[in-house]
Design a protein around this ligand. Sequence first.
Ligand SMILES: *Cc1c(COP(=O)(O)O)cnc(C)c1O
Length: 374
Amino acid sequence: MSSFVFSEKPIPIDSGEGPYLYSDGTEYLDFGASYACTPVGHCHPEVVEATKAQVEDLLYVQASYPNAARTALYDQLADVAPDGIDNVWLCNSGTEANEAALKFARSATGREKIVATTRGFHGRTMGALATTWKGKYKKPYEPLIGGVEFVPYGDAEAMEEAVDEETAAVILEPVQGEGGINPAPPEYLQSVRETTEDAGAAMILDEIQTGLGRTGTMWACEQSNVVPDILTSAKGLASGLPLGATLCPEWIADGAASHGSTFSGNPVVCAAAGATLGVLEEENLPAHAGDVGAYLREGLAERLGDEVRDVRGEGLMVGVEVKRGGNAILRDLALEHQILALPAGRTVVRLLPPLVIDESHADSVADAIADIVL
Ligand SMILES: *Cc1c(COP(=O)(O)O)cnc(C)c1O
């Protein structure tokens, strides 16, 4: 049997360490962090140790019984979450975190309507998918949940017009990932915050790709001083073990109706997440990502000049918009330079390296992309 969902690339991976993956003795620089899932690098020793220790003690217990690894993670999340956000629901993926966010927003407000943005990406289950922009992902699976309206990302006035007294939630990313690495100006996020507050609607910030230090701060929303009503996290939260989190303040938690999931708060996954958050803080990785990210973007812009349409991003969430097929560039990067990166649409090369990379890695990647493009 083989996967009919993912088309597999001809690079079988055996092991990983830091920013590297190994395929039959060949070292690859993982500049996509395997879908942004390894912010502290592959197999960070502290994450491996904490996970191993938990595996020895207990693989699973239902979330209705307290468990030390889970309780510790709840406390760590309370520490790192924006002010006023001190409730969490743990699930197993990004799409589930958003699914729960949409459910909680509807039950807490007693309203139905959801406003999402063009080029947004929020996951692939029926609810989250309904708030995702791309037709190719949605059309063949319709009908999805109803009541979702789209407005152009970045257009504060369109948002103001769309959000009203019937709106349960607005959902958006502070920097769009899948949609092409599109950072929102701080004023836009601040305006969405005001609009939702005025209408009594919940502002859901999907930080599944932007969170955990990637943009230079723990959460991207810190840079615009915006605190959402619901913040979702996943991807690198447990260094690649399946974990999603829906974080919210009291009014959402109080208004949440019945919800649940068998694997919620699995102790092994919680132990991995606790260690991951610990390393992010100890190694000061958010600030490091801000610095190396700026260095990487400058290096790319200097080398590539007018040969590309744009180099943009925040921290180590970087997009290079190219003039010819992005996929051919990604293939050359992998096969000729042993650098693994990601697409974002057909023309954007997306760089989401582990936050532990240094300037020499940034130079190698900028050199390699220049070698291919120029
Ligand atoms: C990856 C991603 C999701 C979906 O997460 P899954 O774990 O794949 O379900 C949702 N939102 C954003 C912004 C993402 O990058």
